[in-house]
Design a protein around this ligand. Structure first.
Ligand SMILES: NCCCC[C@H](N)C(=O)NCC(=O)O
Length: 539
């Protein structure tokens, strides 16, 4: 007798990967918007009068509500109560709303408007936060930066909500299947989003020869509309899946206040959470200043562009090469046949060298820095697989921290020595950025899979929410601190490409040193308590 097996959407590889693609593309768009102003810090100073403190305050505001109004916890509760599809659409809608506000704040329509006058005279501080000394604004902050910060706060709520929703969505569609691969692929696409942002944000700001910073943000707004469409399509797929399985959405791992006690008494959890905030505070906030740091430390002579189309086509060719690097490198991870794997890796490496050469020819800081997330796309899945099969997560966290310290110190002390050597400076910049990229692969690949080894399986959702909250404190504080330190250590510097970045870079290297020390403590605790961090995930 033949038994008919009921197939659901998630039993079809094509369908579940389509579901992942929809969610991952939404995250790709959100990671582009997250850093949309980062590569044009100099233009924000020139065209909107944002000094480094205003820029840093605005950048840090993204996670302000998550940290101080505990929005991340509410997001977890909404996700538990309303399920993945509703929360996915809601988070995209929230991100789009915030993106539109931020766009309006940097347009010419805002300049001279009554809203600008109001923002100039108000919101110098918000009493309840000011008492705590954490107001998101300050006396004299430009109105456009204040209003952009309001938009970015709204965006940030949607962005972190999307982060936890997408992880839950992946579990829903991939549990018992290629889950690690799906999560790695989603993160790789997010990294490609950062690289895309580094290239296209300045491209749109300078499009056609006349500078418009709002054009870059408008590009981000269009992408957030696409992200919303992606989540709406996902909504219907997810609904269909539930109607097939006949089950309401899986609601495992809801956030519960009572879980907190169990998590907070784990010394391993604290060590990993602190390491997370220290490490990510030296990466994401740095990403917001990195292009400007390169502009200040390299002598870049932009080649004269014959025409708008000539320069645009160079950008597009360079981006296509970047996509080849990412696609070939990523695909090589999943080849079973060694020869195919080597061919794809060779294609990827040759394309990477071509990309770097074009970056040198173009003399553009943004295209030099864009290789940073690119390397993470290539090697995060390899390292993830290494942790799965060989372990050594604690050692990888230590190595990642050592590389982070070395890179920030190189940017601080070695790169400036090559300011007059066009070739030497760019080679050192590329080499350091590539090493930093490998550090940024080592740490996420070993940190996130370590959490389940430290807390009970039934509180894992709450543990991740708590780590994100602790991490967000650093992501709020450090963009702001870098801006303040930059202004304080460069009195009277008005040219936005002439800052001395030594002091902020030393501060970031210190975060790396603290992370390194915690890494050693974690390794010792792991050995003493047998947490299993050095053990493989798959035995
Ligand atoms: N919106 C600020 C950055 C989000 C970071 C997010 N909480 C996170 O940790 N993602 C993991 C990663 O490695 O990107």
């Amino acid at each position: 007798m033949t038994q008919e097996i009921q197939k659901t959407l998630r039993d079809s590889a094509a369908m579940r990967w389509t579901a992942l693609l929809l969610l991952a593309l939404a995250m790709f768009c959100s990671y582009i918007f997250m850093d949309i102003l980062s590569p044009i810090k100099d233009l924000m100073q020139e065209y909107r009068g944002w000094d480094s403190t205003a820029f840093g305050t605005m950048q840090g505001s993204e996670v302000f509500l998550n940290v101080f109004v505990f929005f991340l916890i509410f997001a977890g509760i909404i996700l538990d109560k309303m399920g993945v599809r509703f929360t996915a659409v809601l988070s995209a809608a929230v991100m789009l709303t915030g993106a539109i506000v931020k766009w309006y704040a940097v347009t010419d329509y805002f300049t001279g408007s009554s809203l600008e006058v109001w923002f100039n005279n108000n919101l110098n501080y918000i009493p309840v936060f000011d008492e705590l000394g954490v107001s998101p604004f300050y006396e004299g902050m430009p109105a456009s930066a204040k209003f952009a910060a309001c938009g970015f706060m709204i965006f940030g709520c949607g962005c972190e909500m999307a982060g936890i929703t997408v992880s839950r969505g992946i579990v829903k569609w991939f549990k018992g299947r290629e889950m690690a691969l799906a999560m790695g692929s989603e993160m790789a696409l997010a990294r490609l989003g950062v690289a895309t942002c580094m290239i296209f944000s300045p491209f749109f700001a300078k499009l056609g020869g006349n500078i418009s910073v709002s054009r870059s943000v408008a590009f981000g707004v269009v992408l957030m509309c696409i992200a919303l469409i992606m989540t709406i399509v996902y909504f219907f797929m997810d609904k269909k899946l539930d109607s097939q399985t006949g089950e309401a959405e899986e609601k495992d791992d809801p956030f519960k206040i009572s879980d907190l006690g169990q998590i907070l008494t784990s010394s391993g959890f604290w060590l990993v959470a602190l390491l997370c905030v220290l490490y990510y505070s030296a990466i994401f906030p740095f990403q917001k200043y990195a292009v400007n740091m390169l502009q200040c430390n390299l002598t870049l002579v932009e080649p004269s562009q014959d025409s708008f189309w000539a320069s645009s086509s160079v950008t597009i060719v360079q981006y296509v090469i970047m996509l080849v690097v990412a696609a070939a490198g990523f695909a090589s991870n999943f080849q079973k046949v060694k020869r195919n794997q080597l061919i794809l890796l060779a294609i990827s490496i040759i394309s990477l060298i071509t990309y770097c050469y074009m970056g040198y020819m173009r003399q553009s800081a943004e295209s030099i820095f864009a290789v940073f997330p690119l390397l993470a796309v290539l090697i995060t899945p390899i390292l993830g697989s290494y942790v799965d099969h060989k372990g050594k997560a604690a050692s990888m966290l230590i190595l990642g921290s050592v590389l982070l310290i070395a890179c920030h110190l190189t940017f601080a002390f070695i790169l400036p020595l090559f300011k007059d050597s066009a070739v030497g400076g760019i080679i050192i910049a590329y080499a350091t950025i590539l090493v930093l990229g490998s550090s940024f692969s080592l740490v996420p690949a070993s940190l996130w899979p370590s959490v389940p080894k430290l807390v009970d399986a039934k509180v894992i959702g709450s543990a991740y929410a708590l780590i994100f909250w602790i991490q967000n404190i650093g992501l709020w504080l450090f963009p702001l601190l870098i801006g303040k330190v930059l202004d304080k250590s460069n009195p009277g510097v008005t040219d936005p490409t002439k800052f001395d970045y030594t002091a902020p870079l030393i501060m970031l290297a210190s975060l790396g040193i603290a992370a390194l020390l915690l890494g050693f403590v974690l390794k010792a605790v792991d050995k003493k308590k047998g947490l299993g961090l050095e053990e493989p995930n798959i035995k």
